[in-house]
Write a protein that binds this ligand. Structure first.
Ligand code: SF4
Length: 175
């Protein structure tokens, strides 16, 4: 067999391996297939690099970005732990932030994002209201940071504290 054929076979094998790997990643995430296709290669893909918006002071990386058949990019965030009846506000704001990061990094504005909890998926529309809430929250965070004062806990939910990434350092957590 000629070298060219070996090369073709090698590339074919590599493509199959990548396809299987990507399918395994998707199965692990449990993400839905409906109405979406994957970026470029029709596969679910993780975002290769952290997205940055210097103007908004945002840095982040959604778990996945999907491309719809119409070419729109959709951020997807996977959440573990308890599945709520409705998505938490903080998760919606996080997803909205990814929407803005996609807008500034890929020059297109996603209409919505997906929050994937263990037992249910939620579509979160990126409304002007949600964007305004995020802008307000970011401003509050900047003010808190500049004053170096830790704000008082704004809820009484032990479930929220249990799934919070700051519980290890937070002295207001509910056990
Ligand atoms: S652990 Fe602290 S920061 Fe996290 S939700 Fe509870 S009170 Fe808020």
């Amino acid at each position: 067999m000629s070298d060219l054929w070996w090369l073709v076979l090698l590339l074919f094998g590599l493509a199959i391996a990548l396809l299987l790997l990507s399918m395994r990643e998707r199965r692990k995430s449990g993400l839905p297939q409906a109405q979406v296709v994957y970026a470029d290669t029709d596969l679910w893909q993780r975002v290769p690099e952290t997205l940055v918006d210097h103007q908004l002071g945002l840095v982040g990386k959604p778990d996945y970005v999907m491309k719809t058949r119409q070419g729109s990019l959709i951020p997807v965030e996977v959440k573990t732990g308890h599945t709520p009846d409705a998505p938490y506000d903080s998760h919606k704001l996080q997803l909205m932030a990814y929407g803005l990061l996609i807008r500034s990094n890929y020059a297109q504005t996603p209409a919505y994002g997906l929050l994937h909890y263990p037992d249910k998926d939620f579509r979160v529309d990126f409304t002007p209201d949600l964007e305004a809430q995020l802008t307000e929250t970011l401003e509050e965070m900047r003010q808190i940071e500049s004053k170096k004062v830790v704000p008082a806990r704004s809820h009484n939910s032990s479930a929220r504290c249990r799934s919070c990434g700051y519980r290890g350092v937070c002295d207001q957590k509910i056990i």
